[in-house]
Design a protein around this ligand. Structure first.
Ligand code: CAA
Length: 295
C-alpha cells in the first residue's frame, strides 16, 4: 500500500474546511471538492481567517500559513480527486447523499485509496457496502474547531482491515491529532455522551430550570467547560445536531437521544446556531445575547 501523500476532502463547510486546513498545514497537498464555487469560496475564506488568527497569536509561522494555502486546491470536479491516497468526506449528515457520493467516487479512484467518512452518527459499514472497497473504508471523525481540537475518532467498521486502521491512526498523528478507536455504533464515543447532554440542556431550558445564560454559566463555572451546552449546541449547528440526534434515536430507540420539540422548532424557524447568526444566542452583538424564544 502506498504511503498517504495526497488528500482529498469532500465538502467545504464547517468541518470540511477545518479538515482541509489541518491536512494542508501538516504538509499534505489537499484537493477540496464541493458542489458550488460559492461554497468553496466561503470555505476558503474560513480557512484563511483561521490561519490568520493562528499567525496573529504566534501559533503558526507566516511561512507555514503560505505553505498551507499553496497546498490547497479547490474544485467542483469530483474527478480531480482521482490521485488522492486518502479521501475524507464531510458533506451533510444524510446517508443517501453520502452513499451516492461514495458510489460515484469509487470507480474514479485506484483500489488502494482509503475512503474515510467524518460522519458523527451514520453507519460506516453501510457506506462501505456501497463501494467495492469495504476493507479500505473507515470512519475518521474530527471535532469542531478542527484546527484546535486534538481528538480524532478512528472508527473500524465490520469489514475495515486492521492495516487500514493502523495507517489511518498514523495519518491522524501526522496531523498532530490524538486518535482514539471506536466501534461503528451511532455517535461513536464522544457524541454518544455529548449529544444527550446537549439535548438535556435544551429540555432544562424548556422546563424553566434556568435561563440560557444561567444554564451555560452553570456548566462553565461549575464544571470547567470552555462553553456551556447551549452555546456549544449553537457552535455545532442546531440543524446538524437535530439530524445527529434523530439518527441516534433511530439507532438506539432511547428517549435521551430524541430531539426535543424546542430544537425542532428552532431549526424549522431557521435558527441554526452560530453559522446562521442566531440560535440560542444572537451573534450580531458582542458578546452574543440570549434570544427570547417565547418560553
Ligand atoms: N482557528 C484558529 N484559532 C481559533 C479558532 C479557529 N477556528 N477558533 C478560536 N481560535 C482561537 C482564538 O483566537 C483564541 O486564541 P487565544 O487563546 O490565543 O486568544 C482561542 O482559540 C480561544 O478562542 P476564543 O477566545 O474566541 O474563545 P474560547 O476561549 O471560548 O475558545 C474554543 C474557543 C476553542 C472553541 C473553546 O470555546 C472550546 O474548546 N469550546 C468547546 C468546543 C467543543 O466542545 N467542540 C466539540 C464540539 S462536538 C463536535 O465537533 C463533534 C460533532 O460531531 C458534533
Amino acid at each position: 500500500m502506498p504511503d498517504i501523500s495526497r488528500v482529498g476532502v469532500l465538502g467545504c463547510g464547517l468541518m470540511g474546511s477545518g479538515i482541509a486546513q489541518a491536512t494542508a498545514t501538516a504538509g499534505f497537498p489537499t484537493v477540496v471538492r464541493d458542489v458550488e464555487a460559492g461554497l468553496l469560496a466561503r470555505g476558503e475564506g474560513t480557512i484563511v481567517k483561521s490561519l490568520d488568527k493562528l499567525v496573529e497569536k504566534s501559533k503558526l509561522a507566516p511561512a507555514a500559513r503560505a505553505g498551507a494555502l499553496e497546498r490547497l486546491t479547490f474544485t467542483t470536479d469530483l474527478a480531480r480527486l482521482h490521485d488522492c491516497d486518502l479521501i475524507v468526506e464531510a458533506v451533510t449528515e444524510d446517508l443517501a447523499i453520502k452513499t451516492e457520493l461514495w458510489r460515484a467516487l469509487d470507480p474514479r479512484c485506484p483500489p488502494e485509496t482509503i475512503f474515510a467518512s467524518n460522519t458523527s452518527s451514520l453507519s460506516i459499514g453501510v457506506m462501505a457496502a456501497a463501494t467495492a472497497r469495504p476493507d479500505r473504508f473507515i470512519g475518521l471523525h474530527f471535532f469542531n474547531p478542527v484546527p484546535l481540537m486534538p481528538l480524532v475518532e478512528v472508527v473500524r467498521a465490520v469489514g475495515t482491515s486492521p492495516a487500514v486502521v493502523e495507517r489511518t491512526m498514523a495519518f491522524a498523528r501526522r496531523l498532530g491529532k490524538e486518535p482514539i478507536t471506536a466501534r461503528d455504533r451511532s455517535g461513536f464515543v464522544v457524541n454518544r455522551l455529548l449529544v444527550p447532554y446537549l439535548l438535556d440542556a435544551m429540555r432544562a431550558l424548556e422546563q424553566g430550570v434556568g435561563s440560557a445564560a444561567d444554564i451555560d454559566r452553570g456548566m462553565q463555572l461549575g464544571c470547567g467547560h470552555p462553553m456551556g451546552p447551549l452555546a456549544l449546541a449553537d457552535f455545532v449547528g442546531l440543524d446538524t445536531l437535530a439530524r445527529i440526534a434523530a439518527i441516534m434515536y433511530d439507532e438506539y430507540g432511547e428517549p435521551r437521544f430524541a430531539p426535543p420539540p424546542l430544537l425542532r422548532r428552532m431549526v424549522a424557524a431557521g435558527l441554526h446556531g452560530r453559522k446562521s447568526g442566531r440560535g440560542f444566542y444572537d451573534y450580531a452583538s458582542d458578546p452574543p445575547h440570549p434570544i427570547d424564544l417565547g418560553l
